[in-house]
Design a protein around this ligand. Structure first.
Ligand code: SF4
Length: 334
């Protein structure tokens, strides 16, 4: 296996959904994994300094996480994830991520940038992981075993998400099953949907602790990841001539469609990032859906690198207060 023994995975973007898979895979083929820490002001500042000025904040953050990791690993795992379901693709910025990093940052270790595109045949995902395994000198049998184990871990992670946990809590529970009671979500009489990309919703630093703030205000939260994918699939194209091209955006629109139409929540929040191309379309479609369900309050929250705790707290307190009063005044509506 030579010198390439520690692989670095930035705790940003796809990390929130696929880290359990990657960790299980690499561990099984005997490769050590190191991640960057949770986002901090230093990581954000590094990202802002190094990334293109007009990039969205999640991409800037990714740069910061790479900077934090670059001296701690022998190679960086930044796959070129194009498509995983054979139908929708990831945001174009994901596709160009390895190139952006390679050509913008100095002194970084080699980048493992295997392309993963499920539209290129049923075995394309396995082939991508065989390529990764061969980079570390793992034989075919070991890679296939690791791939199966990784899938089992990912399915376990997804099951925990459907029980109401967020991805970080689910990762913690897989690592430490004894923590079950303290992690399982508490019930509340006010339930909000928080819709947005996993890397914005679950990164507490960049969203100024949105989920914790809601919890402290007595609100339980439902996210796209908590909804059974079969329910999302049943929403088809959400009344549009065709589905949205981008995987996360498509799932979020389906979640909005389902939650509004089935009246599953007391209010809907859409968390969007300044400078996000797909969101300029997605937010419009969610707004159009919200207008058809005026009895379910809807609010868009935009984050950027200047998002602060105080501004977020004020908006959330006012919104929660309004929804609570409304629910008390019209208890039968929900
Ligand atoms: S979907 Fe939007 S927020 Fe996410 S990486 Fe693409 S442009 Fe940035």
């Amino acid at each position: 296996m030579g010198m390439k023994k520690i692989v670095g995975i930035p705790s940003a973007l796809m990390y929130y959904i696929y880290y359990p898979f990657w960790l299980a895979f690499f561990n099984e083929i005997g490769v050590e994994v190191v991640t960057s820490s949770r986002t901090t002001k230093t990581i954000l500042d590094k990202g802002i300094r190094e990334a293109l000025a007009d990039a969205c904040v999640p991409i800037k953050l990714f740069f910061g996480h790479v900077m934090e990791l670059k001296n701690k690993c022998d190679c960086l795992f930044i796959p070129r994830v194009v498509c995983l379901n054979g139908k929708t693709i990831y945001c174009p910025k994901f596709l160009g991520l390895p190139d952006m990093i390679r050509h913008s940052l100095d002194g970084i270790p080699p980048i493992l940038d295997v392309r993963i595109d499920a539209r290129q045949g049923r075995l394309s995902k396995i082939k991508a992981y065989l390529e990764i395994g061969s980079y570390f000198g793992a034989n075919r049998k070991a890679v296939l075993k690791a791939y199966c184990k990784a899938w089992i871990t990912l399915r376990r992670h997804k099951r925990l998400l459907r029980k109401g946990l967020n991805p970080l809590e689910a990762m913690e529970l897989i690592k430490n099953p004894n923590r079950k009671k303290s992690i399982l979500p508490a019930k509340s009489n006010l339930k909000f949907a928080v819709l947005g990309y996993p890397y914005s919703i679950y990164d507490n630093f960049i969203n100024a602790n949105l989920l914790d703030k809601l919890k402290k205000l007595g609100v339980s939260v439902l996210t796209t990841e908590n909804i059974n994918p079969l329910i999302l699939a049943l929403q088809k194209n959400c009344g549009l001539p065709k589905r949205l091209f981008w995987t996360f955006s498509d799932a979020i629109l389906k979640a909005a469609h389902y939650l509004f139409r089935h009246r599953r929540v007391d209010a809907v929040l859409h968390l969007t990032a300044f400078g996000c191309g797909p969101d300029s379309l997605l937010n419009k479609f969610i707004e159009m859906e919200a207008k058809q369900h005026k009895d379910i309050p809807f609010m868009t929250l935009m984050i950027d690198e200047h998002t602060g705790e105080a501004g977020m707290a004020t908006r959330l307190e006012a919104f929660v207060d309004m929804v609570r009063r409304r629910k008390e005044a019209y208890p039968c509506r929900n």
